[in-house]
Write a protein that binds this ligand. Structure first.
Ligand SMILES: O=C(O)CCC(=O)C(=O)O
Ligand SMILES: [Fe+2]
Length: 327
């Protein structure tokens, strides 16, 4: 069993890519989570994103509700999302705002004024996240030894083109408001779940609370590590790789400091463009047989799903009362 999440150094990426790729593959075959240090997203850019997030959450509720979630973009209030519908009575005790991509300052979903006036900053951050996701996708292709004629190290990253019309990357600002114990009775603040996309980047600020499932019965903490990005494999990759890359359950639990302090985090969910078929990956390391995936209906288990099909199945399960149709 893994007792601590691995920390992988991405410095000098071009020269060290094959060593980094082996470390990433090992982490993803075992616990499915790792921290990246010496990544290429400037510290100030991350701090500025957190400041912007706070500015939005400080708005009155009515203002936030004017941009309520539609097509998986926009604001979700407290208790709306239920990440673990089988065991949660109430929804998650958190607020979230989902952004899609920004293309040269343009976006096609409702944005409140605080974000619209900072759209250049948001675009830079969203693209910096995308660049880091691309690096990680390259490490997958290198470690899986995808043949050159199949696309080599670009095999996965070419399906995540930021410029494509249907680029589905989701950037998400999260807030877990302080003082929860008195009003909220669930044992967790965000239910146990696996992510839906390909790769998730998570930025935590000051306050921990995230836990990762290390075995059937044990959870280990994923503490805040200064200047590190926490990375995990999402459901798309677990399914696409026939279970080689693990999309591991995680949750946000109560911690004593949550009484006194709001917890902010930022997630960026990489997602292959929606029409990407999740068909056999050309690598001898990929298992031939696909394991059973409980989140996929019986009749679709052996079918080649597209990335969009997969995402829609997961969204249907998570937002039981407000259907999030993808465009
Ligand atoms: O807020 C966190 O630390 C985790 C959020 C998360 O797991 C998610 O939104 O999928
Ligand atoms: Fe998650």
């Amino acid at each position: 069993m893994v007792h601590q999440l691995p920390i992988i150094d991405f410095s000098d990426f071009e020269n060290r890519s094959s060593i980094i790729a082996q470390e990433v593959l090992y982490a993803c075959k075992t616990i499915g989570f790792f921290y990246v240090v010496n990544h290429s997203i400037p510290k100030e850019m991350i701090q500025d994103a957190f400041s912007l997030s706070k500015k939005f959450y400080d708005l009155p509720l009515e203002k936030k509700e004017e941009v309520s979630i539609q097509n998986n973009r926009g604001y979700t209030g407290l208790f709306v999302q239920k990440l673990d519908p089988d065991s949660q009575k109430q929804g998650d005790h958190k607020e979230a705002f989902n952004f899609g991509p920004f293309i040269d300052g343009k976006y096609d979903y409702p944005l409140p004024g605080v974000f619209d006036t900072s759209k250049d900053q948001l675009e830079q951050f969203s693209r910096a996240c995308h660049a880091t996701i691309v690096q990680i996708l390259e490490t997958f292709a290198i470690a899986l030894e995808i043949p050159e004629e199949e696309g080599g190290r670009d095999y996965f990253s070419r399906t995540h083109n930021y410029y494509e019309q249907d680029c589905a990357q989701t950037l998400r600002f999260l807030k877990y408001p302080k003082g929860v114990e008195s009003t909220y009775k669930e044992p967790v603040r965000a239910g146990a779940h696996t992510d839906y996309g390909s790769i998730t980047l998570l930025f935590q600020k000051d306050i921990g609370g995230l836990e990762v499932q290390a075995s059937r019965t044990e959870w280990i903490s994923a503490p805040v590590i200064e200047n590190a990005i926490l990375v995990n494999v999402g459901g798309v990759f677990d399914f696409w790789s026939n279970g080689l890359l693990k999309s591991t359950m995680h949750r946000v639990t109560h911690m004593p400091e949550h009484q006194m302090f709001d917890r902010y985090s930022i997630a960026c969910f990489g997602q292959p463009t929606r029409n990407t078929p999740l068909n056999a990956i050309p690598s001898k390391l990929i298992p031939k047989e696909r394991p059973f995936y409980p989140e996929i209906p019986e009749h679709l288990q052996d079918k080649i799903l597209t990335s969009g099909d997969y995402l829609q199945l997961r969204l249907d399960a998570a937002y039981e009362n407000s259907k999030q149709t993808l465009k």
